[in-house]
Design a protein around this ligand. Structure first.
Ligand SMILES: Cc1ncc(COP(=O)(O)O)c(C=O)c1O
Length: 493
């Protein structure tokens, strides 16, 4: 469908009622009445006392009050389908009854003692989680956030190799601590102060936006609209990007390096997927330089990608260190680093790692409950089935609308990249993406944003989402796109 379609066409579309507000699937949960600070007072307190960083979505930010599974309720009782789950974090559903019950039980028993004492929830969780990881990844360090986990992984890599240089992709987000900011290469997070000693970036093998990419590069039910003539078992884009990676190794780092960090699929950069086989080859090259390989599973872990429990498994690779956070606690602040006994020993030789809250009985009881729910409710399988279905439905919108440049992802980690037009792949201007985002919210759908120009919509709901929910989300998104095209047609008439 062409962006230059006439006003008459879009008016007739409206008359046909194609963008009447889509109907939400039913929900038998009734939220409590909101009885706290008035909306304007919240805005005032925020303006006066919270950091002057414009993090909130929407000119009139949402004031959320309660959550139930895939649903959120605002202070006025309006219901939203939450397709961003607190930035890919509420893995099994808001206030999941089983996780809540376990948390309440532990709350009444023991909150905190520190690692100076033993408490069985920690040991139970360590055993359960490590059973999900292959040999030799059998030592776990508990921390409280993804940034802390990656900080520690950076130290581990350096301690183990006795080298300094670390490589990460352009577009990567690995945290916002002073140390991890060296690895984080997404525009808005680049710091104006000296930082990032020994951290080097390398080209992100982005098969949609990057210089190379074709029609079967990625591990996704939906490929790019770019064409290629590669035979099924070869990928020229992968080979070209590997040449770039070699170039970084040959020109920008020491002969031996500490390591390489990669998200199995980039989250903050807008669900960017690399060509199949890229990470496998990159890991080999890093190991030839005596570096260790770190998989940042903060967004991709815990079954979200559907086909596998961990993102690294989808690339057929075995990292030396795995970092995890977000979905591990369904929103409870907790995180972990898993590594080999050798690397753990190297760290212990260099430092006495200590963390007051890491591995608290509360966090670990919740972590165990989350793992049980993922298994009991087949949430990984649900990610695979419902996520694939959603990707296919969204791909139909990509074929219908010129401004939907790419639909990608795996399981319930989905990106929709908005462009001025498919041919040029230039990002759709922010104001236009903002308006589509706002329209989705108004119709009851919460989605996220990502990419260097905030041009990509991100969909990563709790893994309990259903097919009727997906119908609703896709209808809302389609309706927002139609409204956008109407506005364009009006402006051009
Ligand atoms: C891939 C990845 N790594 C690390 C982090 C940092 O996690 P946290 O915000 O918990 O420090 C994030 C946060 O968005 C992330 O997406």
């Amino acid at each position: 469908m062409c962006p230059s379609l006439s006003r008459a066409f879009w008016t007739s579309v409206t008359k046909l009622g194609l963008h009447t507000k889509p109907r939400m699937p039913p929900c038998d949960f009734t939220p409590e009445k909101y009885q706290s600070l008035a909306y304007d007072r919240v805005l005032e307190v925020h303006r006066l006392h919270l950091p002057p960083v414009p993090t909130a979505y929407f000119p009139k930010p949402l004031l959320l009050h309660q959550g139930h599974m895939e649903w959120l309720f605002d202070h006025e009782g309006n219901r939203y389908l939450d397709c961003f789950s607190g930035i890919v974090t509420v893995s099994v559903g808001h206030c999941h009854p089983k996780v809540n019950a376990v948390a309440q039980k532990q709350l009444g028993r023991l909150w905190h003692t520190s690692a100076l004492f033993f408490h069985s929830p920690t040991h139970e969780f360590a055993e359960k989680l490590l059973a999900l990881l292959p040999e030799p990844l059998k030592v776990i360090f508990f921390v409280n956030s993804g940034s802390e986990a990656n900080d520690l992984a950076m130290l581990m890599a350096r301690a183990h190799t006795n080298r300094t240089d670390l490589i990460s992709f352009r577009g990567a987000y690995h945290g916002c601590s002073p140390y991890t900011l060296g690895l984080t290469n997404v525009g808005p997070f680049r710091m104006e102060l000296p930082s990032g000693l020994g951290c080097q970036s390398t080209m992100c093998p982005d098969v949609f936006r990057g210089p190379w990419g074709g029609s079967h590069c990625r591990d996704s039910p939906v490929q790019t609209i770019r064409k290629c003539s590669c035979a099924p078992d070869c990928c020229q884009a992968r080979d070209q990007y590997i040449e770039q990676f070699k170039d970084t190794l040959n020109t920008s780092v020491a002969k031996s390096i500490a390591g390489f960090f990669a998200e199995p699929i980039q989250g903050v950069n807008g669900v960017v997927q690399y060509p199949k086989g890229f990470l496998k080859e990159a890991f080999k090259l890093v190991r030839e330089r005596e570096g260790v390989c770190i998989a940042d599973e903060v967004q991709t872990g815990f079954g979200r990608l559907g086909s596998h429990f961990w993102g690294f498994q989808t690339h057929d690779i075995l990292p030396d260190i795995v970092t995890m956070a977000k979905g591990i606690g369904n929103g409870f602040p907790m995180a972990a680093v898993v590594t080999t006994p050798e690397i753990a020993k190297s760290l212990a030789k260099c430092m006495y790692h200590f963390n007051t809250f890491g591995g608290s009985p509360m966090a670990c009881a919740i972590g165990s409950a989350v793992l049980e729910v993922i298994k009991e409710e087949n949430l990984q399988e649900n990610s695979q089935e419902v996520g694939t279905y959603m990707l296919q439905k969204l791909a139909e919108l990509r074929d219908e609308f010129e401004i939907v440049g790419d639909v990608r992802g795996k399981g319930l980690m989905i990106g929709i990249e908005m462009v001025k037009d498919k041919m040029g792949r230039q990002p759709l201007p922010q104001e236009e993406v903002n308006q589509i985002h706002e329209d989705c919210k108004r119709m009851g759908l919460i989605i996220g944003r990502g990419g260097i120009f905030a041009q990509t919509f991100r969909i990563a709901p709790s893994m309990c989402i259903t097919k009727p929910d997906v119908h609703f989300a896709v209808e809302v998104f389609r309706s927002a796109l139609i409204q956008h095209m109407e506005r364009r047609a009006q402006q051009n008439s």
